[in-house]
Structure formats: structure tokens, C-alpha cells
Design a protein around this ligand. Sequence first.
Ligand code: PAF
Length: 287
Amino acid sequence: MNIFNDIQSVRDQVNRWKQDGLTIGFVPTMGNLHDGHLQLVQQAKQHVDRVVVSIFVNPMQFNQANDFSAYPRTLENDIALLDDASVDVLFVPQDDELYPVDQKKTTKVIVPGLSDMLEGECRPGHFTGVTTIVCKLFNIVQPDIVCFGEKDFQQLMLVRRMVAELNMPITILAVATRREADGLAMSSRNNRLDGEQRSKAPVIYQVLTGVYKQIKQGIRDYSRLEQDAVTKLTNSGFVVEYVAIRRSSDLALPVPGDSNLVILTAARLGDIRLIDNIPLSINPDLG
Ligand code: PAF
């Protein structure tokens, strides 16, 4: 695996591959890799000839300085994992090359509406940071396909919209959330949970699964289901930011006739913020 820290080296390598007629897959990450990331790499490998992974803890998407500084950085271990996974290029950009202009003054990519609800409402500015860095990385790597995890459901939707509305010639592949044996969605943040928090964390998935089953059984009083889920999580020690049952195409409130939904949540254990979701399809004629 080649490791590049500068933009030109990535461009040169990608150009050589393109001249040879090879297709390129890309997996953008912030490092501290786990099996969920490796699954994205495996998916990419199934579709393309060469795979590029980036590791960059993007300051623009952190709305709290302590969250940014506490974000786990495990580059050596990440390199070993990516090497084992036969990734072709790892791009570890330098801050000042990616952000030559002060973040407050630099050009930004904003996906209006979708950026401001749910995660965006709880973390103002977060999604502008995400779409800006993702756009920059796409311009550098120029991939044919990019893999994103469904765990960050809203992020995936934003990236899809950005790609469509900015006419980027890129296919976005969604990869199902990878879970621990007890149901906890894999996340780099899980490493920061202490023993007690780790034993509570799977309750998120249990509660979401409970909501899923009730919707599947035909219950359509979504605000009641959301409120019950908040109560269950709160009683288990979480500080809940939201539980929301939304239409999966645009995260709007579901209306009769909708058949594709998603149940989303964000909840904190101590200062660790966990998110999860379950997409589901329903029979619109029930209820
Ligand atoms: O999902 C992530 O890890 C980040 O938001 C991403 C897409 C790498 C952008 O920094």
C-alpha cells in the first residue's frame, strides 16, 4: 500500500490508473478504523480495480473543540489494517494543504434543508463541514464509486444530494451498518465508552428494534412511539437528543402512503454521543 500525504501524489497515481483504464473506489474516513470501515473497503473492492482510503480528522465538521481533540487517532494501527485489507493507496492529507484558507473564510459546500434537521440541528455547522471536506476529497481522488456506511444515514443522504445536485460523475454505494454481537453499531466513538457505558450502549439498538417491530405490526402513532423510545432510553441512563421516525427519502415527517421509513436516534452516555438508525419498509395500506 502506498501512503501519500500530499494532493499531487494522489492525483498522479490516480491519473496513471485512469490512463490504464482502471476504475477507482474511494472510502473517506477519519481513522480509528474498525470492521465497519473494512466492510466499506471490501464493498469497494468488489466494484472497482483500485481502492483509495483517506484518513483525515476534519476540524470543520466538529462543532465542539473538545470533541475534535478527543477524537481517537490511531494511525499506526489503521495503516496495518488497511495494508491487510490490500488497499492500494492511503491518503493522509495535511491540514494546511486541505485548508489553505482560514475555515471561517474558505469556500463551503452547503446542502440546504437536510443539513439543518436532526443531526444538523443538534450539531450546527457539522454537515457543512462534512460536505465541504467530502467535496474536496472527491475532487482530489476523482473516484468512480464511493462507499459510505448507513450508520451515518443523514450524512449518506447529504452526500447523495451533493453528488446529484453538483453533477459529480460518482456513484455512491450505501453499506449496511455493521454491529457488534450485542447489536451496538460499530463506531470509532465506542472505544471511548467505559465499562458501564459499554454495557448500556446496546440498549439503543434494542429500543430502535422495539420501535421497528411495532411499526411492522401496524402501529402508526409515530409521535407516541418516539416518545416511548425517549422514555426507555432516558430510564436506561441516556441523555436523548432525538428519536425520530422519518421518511427515508428526505427525512421529512411520514405521511399516509409512505412506504420507506427510517427510525433514527442520537443519545449521549456521559460525553459520548452515539447515533444509530434502522431503515424499514412498511405496507402503506396498514394503519
Ligand atoms: O463519516 C466520516 O467518517 C466523516 O464524516 C467523513 C465522511 C470521513 C468526512 O470527514
